[in-house]
Ligand binder design. Structure first.
Ligand code: ATP
Ligand code: MG
Length: 419
């Protein structure tokens, strides 16, 4: 993004003009070299955080004690961090102290992988002391320094390592892999939330199965606080995962859980353990519930389908979830694990499309109006009746206008009282 590049160049220029060193650093340098889209541009500088803060009109003191100041520049935000080293790690995650240093190479040494330990100057000069570009060219992830030591300092790096390998399709250098095997027990010190955030990048990446399998083979998977009962097996349900647009991450997660033979209720618990947001959790569980209920409805008859049970499912779980479930079905088809025939899918999609109303508030009659029209006192029958009318109207079997609804209501009540 050109605006981001220009503004960040302006930040670097300002620092240089005041006699400090400043570079682009970390992920943005790596992504630029790899030709990937750059998401945020971090800057590293010899200027102390107070100085950086004083040089720009709009700053947020994000982590002054760690040397980080966020500089706001015409709608863009950049993290500007003072060259620093970290000393003494506590609990395999937190550096106990940071010290500012005068030299960019020292700063790069504290970073996790060679490809993340590169900086580039305003004039295009590279600072790449650990051979990051060469490793990118060889498509491999390698620790800066001794792998086991680096993983022992901060156990999250092991997860990041597999995430990068999975998302970039890179291999892991042998000593780095050995480092993971040696230090994997320290994973228990890392908050589930941070692990999940890496996992989400694996799951929305181009080859989630490769990431999952590396996770299992490394032994990290079974050391998580709430592991899915996933054993690294491969089946057609799992191979449907990459067929789902990463934008619909919740469908990918649902597939993983279904492939692990987890019921929707157990999934709900697991996803809490994984610290998913309520919204994400509900989306996933809802999809899994539809799958369970659908299998119950159709049973062994893979082609069998009636409109009303489907419409009832849609009303219970919402059109969005039902649409997601159809996407899931399509992916299962392409991977050869479908529960429903493709023609049936198309039919269900059509019915979904046609549904004009979704909830009682869309119904052209109210409970009060029914009470009046039927001359009966309100009671539990009313909710039931409204539900029935909604179902029929949503399925297009009766018109959603007051007269038709009341007619139908009278018919239903008469049948009831007659029986
Ligand atoms: P992403 O594309 O996910 O943003 P990134 O490499 O930019 O990847 P960030 O978490 O944004 O990851 O971190 C920015 C930089 O900070 C990294 O490139 C790396 O140099 C350094 N870094 C981040 N996390 C660690 C860590 N746990 N240990 C050492 N260095 C780290
Ligand atoms: Mg980043």
């Amino acid at each position: 993004d050109q605006a981001m590049a220009d503004r960040s160049a302006e930040v670097i220029r300002t620092l240089l003009q005041h006699g400090y060193e400043a570079y682009w650093v970390g992920g943005c340098v790596r992504d630029e070299y790899m030709g990937r889209r750059v998401s945020d541009m971090d800057i590293t500088t010899s200027a102390r955080p107070e100085i950086t803060a004083s040089l720009f009109p709009k700053v947020i003191p994000t982590g002054i004690q760690h040397g980080t100041v966020t500089v706001l520049m015409e709608g863009e935000a950049f993290e500007v961090t003072t060259f620093r080293i970290e000393g003494g790690y506590e609990d395999h995650r937190h550096p106990t102290e940071v010290a500012f240093v005068g030299d960019v190479e020292q700063d790069l040494r504290r970073r996790d992988f060679t490809m993340n330990a590169m900086a580039i100057g305003l004039d295009g000069t590279w600072v790449d002391p650990f051979g990051g570009r060469a490793d990118i060219d060889r498509r491999r992830i390698r620790c800066v320094g001794e792998a086991s030591l680096r993983f022992r300092e901060d156990a999250l790096r092991m997860v990041r390592c597999i995430r990068f390998a999975s998302v970039f399709g890179f291999s892991i250098a042998p000593r780095t892999w050995k480092g993971i095997l040696a230090e994997r027990d320290t994973l228990s010190f890392i908050a589930m939330e941070r692990i999940r955030s890496e996992f989400e990048k694996i799951m929305t990446g181009p080859s989630p199965l490769r990431g999952l399998s590396m996770f299992v083979r490394s032994g990290l998977y079974s050391r998580m606080k709430a592991p899915f009962p996933y054993t690294g097996h491969d089946d057609s349900m799992l191979s449907a995962i990459p067929l789902i647009d990463p934008e619909h991450a919740y469908i990918r997660w649902s597939l993983l859980l279904l492939a692990c033979d987890i019921r929707s209720q157990a999934a709900d618990e697991l996803l809490r353990g994984w610290t998913f947001s309520n919204k994400q959790r509900q989306e996933i569980v809802s999809l899994m519930s539809i799958q369970e209920e659908w299998l119950k409805i159709t049973g062994a008859d893979k082609d069998g389908m009636d409109k009303l049970p489907w419409v009832r499912l849609v009303l219970t779980h919402g059109k969005a979830s039902a649409g997601g479930w159809l996407r899931l079905q399509q992916a299962l088809h392409h991977s050869g694990a479908a529960a429903t025939a493709e023609t049936a899918n198309r039919q269900l999609a059509e019915w979904l499309e046609e549904m004009q109303i979704q909830s009682l508030k869309d119904l052209a009659v109210t409970g009060n109006e029914l009470v009046q029209a039927l001359g009966k006192r309100g009671g539990p029958w009313l909710g039931e009746l409204l539900g029935q009318l909604l179902l029929l109207a949503a399925a297009g079997q009766i018109n959603n206008d007051k007269e038709s609804l009341i007619d139908e209501a009278k018919r239903v009540v008469m049948n009831h009282e007659g029986s």
